[in-house]
Design a binder for this molecule. Structure first.
Ligand SMILES: Nc1ncnc2c1ncn2[C@@H]1O[C@H](COP(=O)(O)OP(=O)(O)O)[C@@H](O)[C@H]1O
Ligand SMILES: [Mg+2]
Length: 199
């Protein structure tokens, strides 16, 4: 069986950056955010269930999920958030398993799962959990730099995510991402060697 490594971390910690570095070394990459995005595009597999559960007003004219509107709803309404997750998560897991089969030729596969800490199913799928860790200040700086969010908005998101210490407790491997790209690449290269050996 191909080694499957679950990669997680808070917003802006560097999950996508780390996944790109692993990809350059030849790892297979599965991105659950991308799967989720595809499921909720026009004619995506999750659209009928979302329409049935939330109503036409959450689906745009082109048939895709109205992301801004849904984000607004689930931010304030935990029951709605749960309902959306019950639709999306099984579909994401199913797609991830399909992709894992397709990536069998790769020496190992990195599955990027932002919600890994709260997903027992993905924890079972992954043989190891790799956490990309950095300080909250680094998270804020990076996300403000790359997006339209301001500091208060980023801190609000961080507050709603699994606390840093709890994430680290689940980790088999940790990448520290408070220094520059060189340090990041060196840590990825070291883990790559280990994952090639299958452990
Ligand atoms: N070590 C680093 N040095 C400089 N910029 C970084 C570093 N790690 C991440 N970044 C930048 O920070 C931002 C957030 O990183 P990203 O990988 O998108 O985080 P995530 O996927 O966890 O939300 C991106 O713009 C990325 O280019
Ligand atoms: Mg990302």
């Amino acid at each position: 069986m191909t080694l499957c490594v679950g990669l997680t971390g808070g917003i802006g910690c560097g999950k996508s950056t780390v996944a790109d570095l692993f990809a350059k070394l030849g790892a297979g990459i599965i991105d659950t955010d991308e799967i989720s995005h595809r499921l909720t595009q026009a004619e995506g597999a999750a659209i009928p269930a979302i329409r049935a559960a939330f109503g036409d007003e959450y689906i745009k004219d082109d048939g895709a999920l109205d992301r801004d509107k849904m984000r607004g709803l689930v931010f304030s309404d935990t029951a709605a958030k749960k309902r959306l997750e019950l639709i999306l998560h099984p579909l994401i897991l199913e797609q991830a398993k399909i992709q894992l089969q397709q990536l069998k030729a790769n020496p190992y596969v990195i599955v990027v799962v932002p919600l890994l800490t709260v997903s027992p199913e993905f924890q079972r799928l992954a043989k190891r959990i790799l956490v990309v860790d950095c300080t909250e200040d680094s998270q804020v700086d990076r996300v403000v730099e790359r997006s339209r969010m301001n500091e208060a908005e980023v801190r609000a998101v961080i507050t709603r995510q699994t606390p840093r210490a709890e994430r680290l407790r689940l980790a088999d491997d940790v990448i520290h991402n408070d220094a520059g790209m060189d340090s990041l690449a060196a840590q990825v290269a070291a883990l790559h060697e280990r994952y090639l050996k299958g452990d």
